[in-house]
Write a protein that binds this ligand. Structure first.
Ligand SMILES: Cc1cc2nc3c(=O)[nH]c(=O)nc-3n(C[C@H](O)[C@H](O)[C@H](O)COP(=O)(O)OP(=O)(O)OC[C@H]3O[C@@H](n4cnc5c(N)ncnc54)[C@H](O)[C@@H]3O)c2cc1C
Length: 448
């Protein structure tokens, strides 16, 4: 059981993304599970989280691990995201985190986010994965005068609390350096984030995992789960895996009943991306946008965008709540209209690719990597709140050590990532809640 139109969960369809059109194939043969298979650990989900956990469990702990992926490797968010390798895997502000978890754990969380970005950068470098790394730091653009004040306050807060370095840029300075957009009033440049090609990353990761001995079953959706005498049995259409330990790493694509203990705790949300044709240097100069840093704005219903290698523009934003083909088409028009408003001198540049996907939020608005309460040897890693390129990778790697028993949970991850999020009140109303939240955020954005 899933929350959106079945089109969002058609694991047999290849996502029509620019990434699919520009990544080399996996280069390893993966097959659907057939018959009975036994492993120490079975992982549900072949994205960054599932593959990183599987790799670490195999390499560092010598366990027999298999990954069950419903589509092709990276079919979910990992193969289709915006490629911001960045912090931000919670929807709580640092002020809220400090109130709830104290300053020490909040500092630990901030450091973990920075470590997560470095972890991915090093993983790519060490394993020789060319994932088109671009940009140096992340640019946040103030959409209004009020947001300029917020950015200034944020800069001081980040410096005083975490010792973080960032640079405030006026509208004129932004234009001078090649970040001229109609809608931005000022900007804050941090030094943490970089951009990457998400599908090249996840395919590179899968190659490393397979070469290390992880068994990867693609086109193998887990449809049923039973547990008996300390063993879990996961059934797919043509086979079954029996394992003592299971990791649920299906994030926004999780079936509400797999397992029941996770049902009602996650809130998948749609987001959508368009990519233009290659833009000439002259066209970019005319717009005044020539830099490649990953960029987003200060709206609650934010836009995220970056200039890709080869000078295509990628522009993403909220994906509404209707995942049917018609619903997605309507959102694409809205997104394109937003792009034209941001970059009027590029309004003539055609959109060549457009696709959507699901990010995953939780009732606590915090990510989770840890044991699933009430189940023996079952773990979960999910809820990256639209920012999982770095954190899903890092947290799953850390969680693998916890699963193998070599590191204590509290030593591996900060407190705010260790508690299984509670169930939403009246979970069947989650999509209506989201609709209401979008209305509220939209109204707030108009006044802020
Ligand atoms: C359009 C878009 C843009 C985004 N942009 C960014 C960005 O710029 N930066 C950023 O940090 N994050 C971004 N995100 C979020 C980021 O992609 C995710 O947080 C991250 O990929 C999560 O990785 P994961 O491995 O946890 O989940 P996923 O990559 O979603 O993997 C879960 C997998 O589980 C599989 N699955 C589900 N159910 C089953 C089952 N029953 N049996 C077997 N397999 C199953 C799915 O097919 C899927 O492949 C974006 C997401 C989207 C959709």
């Amino acid at each position: 059981m899933r929350l959106y139109h079945p089109a969002a969960f058609d694991f047999t369809t290849t996502v029509p993304s620019y990434w699919e059109a520009s990544a080399e194939p996996l280069g390893r043969t993966t097959q659907a599970l057939e018959g009975a298979y036994t492993a120490d650990v079975a992982v549900i989900g072949g994205g960054y989280a599932g593959l990183h956990a599987a790799l670490q469990l195999t390499l560092a702990h010598g366990l027999k691990v298999c990954v069950l992926e419903a589509g092709d490797i990276g079919w979910g968010a990992s193969g289709r995201n915006g490629g911001f390798c960045c912090p931000g895997s919670t929807k709580l502000s640092y002020g809220q985190l400090i109130k709830r978890f104290g300053i020490e754990e909040t500092r630990r969380f901030f450091d973990a986010q920075r470590a997560a970005v470095d972890f991915v950068g090093e993983f790519l470098a060490v394993n020789g994965i060319d994932a088109d790394r671009t940009g140096d730091g992340e640019l946040q653009l103030a959409h209004s005068e009020a947001a300029i004040r917020e950015l200034k306050d944020e800069q001081v807060f980040l410096r005083d609390t975490f010792g973080a370095h960032s640079t405030f840029l006026t509208r004129e300075e932004l234009a001078e350096r090649g970040n001229d957009s109609e809608t931005s009033h000022a900007g804050l440049q941090s030094d943490i984030t970089f951009g990457l090609h998400p599908l090249k990353y996840v395919r590179g990761l899968a190659r490393v995992a397979i070469d290390a001995g992880v068994t990867v079953f693609s086109n193998s959706e887990v449809m049923d789960w039973s547990s008996d005498a300390g063993q879990h049995t996961l059934r797919t259409k043509h086979g079954q895996v029996t394992a003592k330990t299971v990791l649920v790493a299906s994030n926004g694509y999780t079936d509400e009943t797999l397992p029941q203990a996770v049902g009602g705790r996650l809130l998948p949300a749609l987001t959508r991306i368009i990519v233009t044709r290659p833009i000439s240097d002259n066209e970019l100069k005319a717009q005044g946008w020539t830099r490649t840093d990953p960029t987003y704005d200060t709206l609650n219903l934010l836009h995220y965008f970056r200039l890709l290698p080869g000078n295509r523009f990628m522009f993403g934003g909220r994906g509404g709540t209707d995942a049917s083909p018609e619903g997605m088409q309507a959102i694409q028009h809205t997104l394109r209209a937003d792009f034209d408003r941001f970059f009027p001198r590029l309004a003539h540049v055609e959109t060549e690719y457009s696709w959507g996907g699901l990010v995953c939020m939780t009732s606590t608005r915090l990510p989770f990597a840890g044991p699933i309460d009430g189940m023996d040897n079952v773990f979960g890693a999910f809820g990256w709140h639209g920012n999982g390129v770095a954190m899903a990778s890092y947290a799953a790697n850390r969680l693998a050590d916890v699963m193998a028993g070599s590191v204590r949970h509290e030593d591996a991850l900060p407190a705010m990532m260790r508690s299984l999020p509670g169930r939403f009140v009246l979970p069947f109303l989650r999509v209506p809640y989201l609709k209401l939240a979008y209305l509220g955020y939209g109204a707030a954005d108009r006044w802020r």
